[in-house]
Design a protein around this ligand. Structure first.
Ligand code: PEP
Ligand code: MG
Length: 912
């Protein structure tokens, strides 16, 4: 009988064992290295330590049991494959130790190259490579990276020592340092390590490797990695995998080099050869933007064989992944090696264009194309852009001061700032800023988040600034080489000698790469013009962008189950909403119709009324005004439902401010100038004053205590509908009661409303079939939804108030007061006022929807809180079976797109 053993978890996978679908376990980099290995592409052999191992380490503070043995076994196998041992004195195997999480976090975690070099093996590497300079340079790079990332030594100490060595040699170029200089620098670096850490640089290669792995695990929780995750909404508990990969060298001479490439242009989606190449350099040099690269196309003249092979591999990868891939590669003495690939980040415009191009190429279908774009990208495409450089009459042409690389699109205007700290400080005080740097590094992340846009004078499309800005959807121009940026003096100089100081206004265009002095006016995006109907769907505007958007939107409309309505309360907004694809109005807030001095005065008269006559007189004046508003609205939305919500906010919102009025009355008293009206007004303001107005006399409560108010509104709606019908229109009003907590409230209002509707129908001779429903925006309403549905023909979830009351968060105060602290502490990843809190508020929505439909099958369900236009929330509302979402007109296209995506995603998971 054999003993039962609990299976030992597997923590290490050789590149030959994994595949692209194991990203949770192997991280994106590890999974794709395995996939490329399996495709037979030239990947240097290696293995991946799983995210599970990292999780154990982060939870317990030590490596999981068994990890060491597993790593030993994989290292043995690697050594056998390579025919040399790690750090072997006469011919050392060297490895890189790289982080790699499920989602790409460029430059946010640690990487150490050249592990295995030591005093003993540096000579062996020199002999084997036949290049003594290279060996010492590799050793000093190891000391520098290991010292900084693994041992925590201040990186500037190494940089300063390197600068001194170059200065002593009278050069500013690393390549001018010879083997002897670098050997001395190695000694100097070892001294820095010793004096800063109190220990010697570890000479045992396996110890180097183990410490590097541990440092990569720990870098998952570095400040900048946490900040990036919060920004990008990457969950904090995924952990990183660690890739141990045999080293190949791009810095062995001019027949070597390293580069990055895209299978298509990530900023426009155009097909072609895109990327950067750096001769005689090691991997990190390209992304860091330290030395200037050449366009990838030049590799064809430098090394035709490698170039041709690379083009072939790129085609294989794009066809295999059926998407834009980005690639890191190295050429070692004429031999091409693939170091990384992944489905590449792209701009919003490129995402739409590429998705439709791939459909045309037959690589994906329209469902997949829809799945590959999202509402956030569409929203970005709707931002305005800079006017062309063709000024109208009397206008001055914008003053262009540089033309850099269009790295991440958008039009950004702001004051130039030269460091991250100032960017954050100024933006907190309400200034719009552009962060200007020679190049950015991960320490600039705070400033990049705070800035409107980023401008650098160095680096290409794949520099840190470009990659991170694209990921954030932030405007970026990089490599504006005409600009001399002096961050110490906080200014930059233009090619014609002008100087732009900190605080001067500049404008950057991330779609063209142009940089302007001063503020350049902006114009609407072509995508908005398309939605507005001023640009034809077939327009070839911006490289087919409008066509691509039209195609994908049409598909989303064909696939979605959720209908999309608008929150609008005037004819202009309603018409725009309709142009944007609204299928009705889900929320007309009638309080907006009480604004304007003439109407506000009438509300004031209503509040101050001492007698029924006075009150009725005020209501009689308001009635025709309300009716006219509804006539216009029903006309704009003819044939489509219009949900009119009866008055919601506390009445004192229509009265003067208590402090201002008190001062006015006090001053008048002092002058013995009594104003009877002001005195009565002040008494009313005091009477109506509430400590918590949001929980006070508002919504249905107003209708119940102010006689005639709701009836007047219902009459206005009914008369407007009758008038429109008589004029040959097709008005479809629905009446909605706000802030209901119990069915009794609704029953009373309903009874009155039905009477008024019957009266108007009888008086006008027009039959009126107007549904009466309620908002569900209080926890009690949600919990008793089954009872409320007895008296309601529809529910519309008011998730703004529901979030406020479920959490006990004052919606007007908390976002400014303590939400930043909550977000920083990870209590939630995004404000619950922005994206529905599925577990709390969402769960009530789900229960109420089920209970409501149990009472009244076919009960119409919608949502009209801000969440109705939020991408993630739209998916939730689809899942819980609502009939429609309602949002502000500008967000309607986003809601349509996401409703389509939600439909195909659930269809996909049903069939799985
Ligand atoms: C809501 O509470 O979600 C809602 C739509 O109503 P308002 O925002 O007007 O309170
Ligand atoms: Mg509300």
């Amino acid at each position: 009988m054999c003993a039962r053993r609990t299976p030992v978890p597997k923590f290490v996978y050789s590149f030959t064992e994994g595949n692209k679908d194991l990203k949770d376990l192997l991280g994106g980099k590890g999974a794709n290295l395995a996939e490329m290995t399996n495709l037979g592409l030239p990947v240097p052999p290696g293995f991946t330590i799983t995210t599970e191992a990292c999780k154990v380490y982060l939870e317990s503070g030590s490596e999981p049991e068994g990890l060491r043995d597993e790593v030993s076994a994989h290292l043995d196998a690697l050594e056998r494959t390579m025919g040399k041992r790690l750090g072997q004195a006469d011919d050392p195997l060297l490895v890189s130790v790289r982080s790699g999480a499920k989602f790409s976090m460029p430059g946010m975690m640690d990487t150490v190259l050249n592990i295995g070099l030591s005093d003993a093996s540096v000579a062996g590497l020199a002999a084997q490579s036949g290049n003594e300079r290279f060996a010492w340079d590799s050793y000093r790079r190891l000391l520098q990276m290991f010292g900084k990332t693994v041992l925590g030594v201040d990186g500037d100490l190494f940089e300063d020592a390197l600068d001194e060595a170059k200065h002593a040699k009278g050069t500013s170029d690393d390549l001018d340092l010879d083997a002897g200089d670098l050997e001395k620098l190695v000694e100097r670096f070892k001294g820095i390590v010793r004096s800063e850490t109190g220990r010697d640089f570890p000479q045992d290669p396996r110890e180097q490797m183990d410490l590097a792995v541990r440092a990569v695990f720990e870098s998952w929780n570095s400040d900048r990695a946490r900040l990036y995750r919060r920004q990008e909404r990457i969950p904090g508990d995924l952990a990183t995998a660690v890739n141990v990969c045999s080293m190949v060298f791009g810095n062995l001479g001019s027949d070597s080099g390293t580069g990055v490439a895209f299978t298509r242009d990530p900023s426009t989606g155009a097909q072609g050869v895109y990327g950067d190449y750096l001769q005689n350099a090691q991997g990190e040099d390209v992304v860091a933007g330290i030395r200037n690269t050449v366009p990838l196309a030049e590799l064809e003249t430098l090394d035709k064989a490698s170039y041709d092979q690379l083009m072939g591999i790129m085609e294989t990868l794009e066809n295999h992944y059926r998407d834009l891939c980005d690639i890191e590669f190295t050429i070692e003495r004429g031999k091409l090696w693939m170091l990384q690939t992944r489905v590449g980040k792209r701009t919003a415009a490129a995402a739409f264009r590429i998705a439709t191009q791939l459909v045309d190429q037959g690589l994906i279908d329209l469902d997949e194309a829809l799945h590959r774009v999202n509402g956030a990208q569409l929203a970005q495409l709707m931002f305005p852009r800079f006017a062309e450089e063709r000024p109208g009459q009397g206008e001055k042409a914008p003053d262009r001061i540089a033309w850099g690389i269009a790295a991440s699109p958008g039009a950004a205007v702001g004051k130039a700032v030269f460091d991250s700290y100032t960017a954050v400080k100024w933006s907190r005080s309400g200034e719009k800023v552009i962060l200007v740097r020679r190049e950015t590094n991960p320490d600039d992340l705070d400033g990049m988040i705070a800035a409107e846009g980023i401008l650098t004078s160095r680096g290409g499309k794949t520099s840190h600034a470009a990659v991170v800005a694209r990921g954030m959807g932030k405007t970026c121009v990089c490599g504006a080489e005409e600009l001399e940026v002096d961050t110490k003096k906080r200014r930059f100089a233009t090619a014609d000698g002008r100087v732009v100081e900190e605080g001067d206004l500049i404008s950057i265009d991330g779609s063209t790469g142009k940089v302007y002095l001063g503020e350049v006016p902006v114009v609407p995006s072509p995508v908005v013009e398309y939605f507005e109907g001023t640009l034809h769907a077939g327009a070839d505007e911006q490289g087919g962008l409008v066509q691509a958007v039209h195609r994908i939107m049409s598909h989303a409309d064909g696939r979605r189950r959720l209908r999309v309505r608008a929150n609008a309360d005037n004819a202009d907004d309603a018409s725009r909403a309709r142009r944007y694809g609204a299928q009705g109005i889900g929320l007309c807030r009638t309080e907006h119709m009480f604004l304007g001095e003439e109407r506000r005065k009438e509300v004031e008269r209503l509040i101050l009324a001492d007698t029924d006559d006075e009150r009725e007189s005020a209501l009689r004046t308001l009635l025709p005004l309300q009716k006219d508003d509804f006539v216009e609205l029903f006309q704009a939305m003819d044939g489509l439902p219009v949900t009119v919500r009866l008055l919601d906010p506390p009445l004192h919102e229509f009265l003067p401010d208590i402090t201002e009025l008190s001062v006015r009355v006090a001053l008048a008293e002092a002058r013995k100038d009594h104003n009877e009206n002001d005195l009565r007004l002040l008494q009313a303001v005091h009477r109506l004053h509430e400590q918590n107005p949001m929980l006070g006399l508002r919504g249905v409560r107003l209708g119940l205590v102010i006689p005639g108010l709701f009836s007047m509104q219902v009459r206005a709606i009914a008369e407007a509908a009758a008038e429109r019908r008589r004029a040959g229109g097709d008005p479809r009003p629905e009446i909605m009661i706000p802030l209901v907590g119990t069915v009794q409230e609704l029953e009373i209002v309903r009874e009155d409303a039905e009477k008024v509707l019957a009266e108007v129908a009888a008086a006008t001779g027009v039959p009126l079939d107007i549904a009466l429903g309620t908002m569900i925006e209080l926890p009690r309403a949600a919990v008793t939804a089954g009872q409320i549905a007895e008296a309601a023909e529809f529910f519309s979830f008011g998730t703004n108030d529901l979030t406020q009351t479920v959490w006990g968060f004052s919606r007007d105060d908390v976002e400014a007061s303590f939400f930043t602290a909550y977000l920083e502490k990870g209590i939630f990843g995004v404000s619950p006022f922005e994206t529905i809190d599925r577990d709390g508020v969402g769960s009530l929505v789900r229960q109420a929807a089920e209970a409501g439909r149990a009472t009244r099958p076919g009960l119409k369900l919608g949502v009209c809180g801000e969440h109705g236009g939020d991408p993630d929330s739209v998916h939730f509302f689809h899942e819980v079976g609502l009939d429609y979402v309602s949002c502000s007109p500008f967000r309607i296209p986003v809601a349509r797109l996401e409703a389509g995506r939600a439909a195909i995603e659930t269809a996909g998971s049903d069939s799985r």
